[in-house]
Ligand binder design. Structure first.
Ligand code: FAD
Length: 415
């Protein structure tokens, strides 16, 4: 019997995972609008140093199925290295405290320590009620002093809005949940980040996360530089240009989908899809002063960036000889001129090399978003049109969760 044919739209980690799993039982073709695989995990070399075009991707997961599958594609100990997280919060020239800040109050000045202790006592004495927004949540967990010093200014830069206007549904499952007891215990015992789960990560010895994308793309039929704008459903088959497929797996962006399909498909969801909210990221590649950190969080409102990702520390091969590089992250679009103005105010003396703006990086979820996506997926699956990925599921996936979701989608397809 002839193998069924599958068109996969998008060669990010989601599309590449689907392609690798389905290629055993299906005739697979991937369409990718860029000139290489990886989507958000793409990297470029500039004058010998490695630029993650979005953030600075590292790999870790608690999901055993993902670990087993992922490591079946690599020789782990030869191709990857295990690194410790060494994240810090840069408060000012005199004070840089390890992350998470609430475990390191003992490093702050005496007055601040006293006010945090009072806040924590108030939290335990106060009456418990469900927080209604992000500000209330943070105030109830950490108290006013830590909120004002760090959580408020940092998160306002990330979310670009008043934290009272950030509903908790946006952050479901992603919120820090330390109790007052834990905060006290960790401070008294000076517990280091290293002692927590997730305090280590895997990183490629060469070429950063592009290395993953390149390996996953090996042996797959991928047509690059081909942006799909039109997918027609005709007589139970899917037509893309002059080619016909039994099945489509869409791993692009759901916002672009209604306009690609026949008029009647998804028309009733068009408005809701248009209304989905998101943020973008401007990633700025810089030379920086040598430092021992992996991530530097910056609450200061003197400049607009919220963190430095010290990609130059992730692998020796990430820096050209004698150089030391990092990626500085800004929420949404910012011009080159504004970037350069901001860099003057950012610690570790960053010097501009290049930047890249990615329009879609952080999907924003409202309480009804999951249901909308589920309904659309169910409707489309009846037509043998499957969907998976960060901007299809409109979920705040990390690579491992994106791979897990792609694996589940493949199980559905094979059924
Ligand atoms: C700043 C930042 C830092 C992050 N850091 C980490 C980290 O350290 N570790 C981690 O595990 N995860 C991290 N993530 C999450 C990770 O980037 C995502 O989970 C993952 O890359 C999503 O992959 P995807 O394939 O679903 O989507 P994408 O990477 O967006 O892939 C979609 C692909 O589809 C292509 N495409 C779209 N539309 C079309 C079309 N019409 N025709 C053809 N091609 C199309 C795109 O070009 C792209 O290649 C981070 C995310 C951000 C934003």
């Amino acid at each position: 019997m002839e193998m069924k044919s599958v068109a996969i739209i998008g060669a990010g980690i989601s599309g590449l995972t689907v392609a690798n799993i389905l290629k055993e039982n299906f005739k697979v073709k991937v369409y990718e609008k860029e000139n290489k695989p990886g989507g958000l995990i793409r990297c470029e070399r500039i004058s010998g140093s490695l630029f993650h075009i979005c953030g600075g991707h590292v790999f870790n997961t608690k999901r055993q199925n993902v670990l087993d599958w992922f490591w079946s594609k690599f020789n782990r100990d030869e191709e990857f290295q295990k690194s410790d997280r060494n994240a810090v919060v840069y408060l000012n020239e005199e004070l840089t405290v390890p992350y998470p800040i609430e475990n390191h109050i003992y490093m702050c000045d005496t007055e601040f320590q006293k006010s945090v202790i009072e806040d924590l006592l108030d939290i335990t004495a106060g009456e418990k009620r469900e927080p209604e927004n992000f500000e209330e949540f943070l105030m109830q967990r950490f108290g006013k002093s830590l909120y004002e010093l760090y959580f408020k200014p940092y998160n306002e830069k990330v979310w670009k809005r008043d934290l009272k206007k950030v509903p908790l549904s946006w952050l479901e499952g992603k919120l820090p949940m330390p109790t007052v007891n834990e905060i006290m215990f960790n401070n008294i015992n000076k517990v280091k980040e290293k002692e927590f789960v997730h305090s280590t990560f895997w990183y490629e010895k060469r070429d950063g996360s592009q290395y993953i994308a390149d390996r996953f793309a090996e042996g797959i039929d991928i047509e690059y530089n081909h942006e799909i704008t039109d997918i027609r459903h005709i007589d139970g088959k899917w037509c893309i240009g002059s080619e016909t497929f039994d099945i489509v797996v869409f791993c692009g962006n759901i916002k672009e989908l209604p306009a690609m399909l026949n008029e009647d498909i998804l028309s009733k969801h068009r408005e809701e899809i248009d209304n989905l909210e998101y943020h973008g990221t401007t990633s700025v590649f810089c030379h920086v002063e040598k430092n021992p950190y992996s991530w530097i969080y910056m609450p200061s409102d003197i400049h607009r960036s919220h963190r430095i990702i010290c990609t130059g520390n992730f692998a020796a091969s990430n820096n050209a000889e004698g150089d030391f590089t990092a990626t500085i992250e800004f929420t949404d679009y910012i011009t080159e001129e504004e970037i350069k103005e901001n860099l003057k105010k950012i610690p570790f003396a960053p010097r501009y090399i290049a930047h890249k703006y990615n329009k879609y990086t952080y999907p924003i979820q409202f309480s009804d978003t999951r249901k909308l996506i589920k309904d659309i997926k169910e409707e489309m699956e009846k037509k043998q049109f499957f969907m998976t990925g960060r901007f299809v599921d409109w979920e705040y996936y990390n690579m491992d969760v994106a791979m897990d979701a792609a694996m589940k989608t493949c199980e559905n397809i094979k059924r």
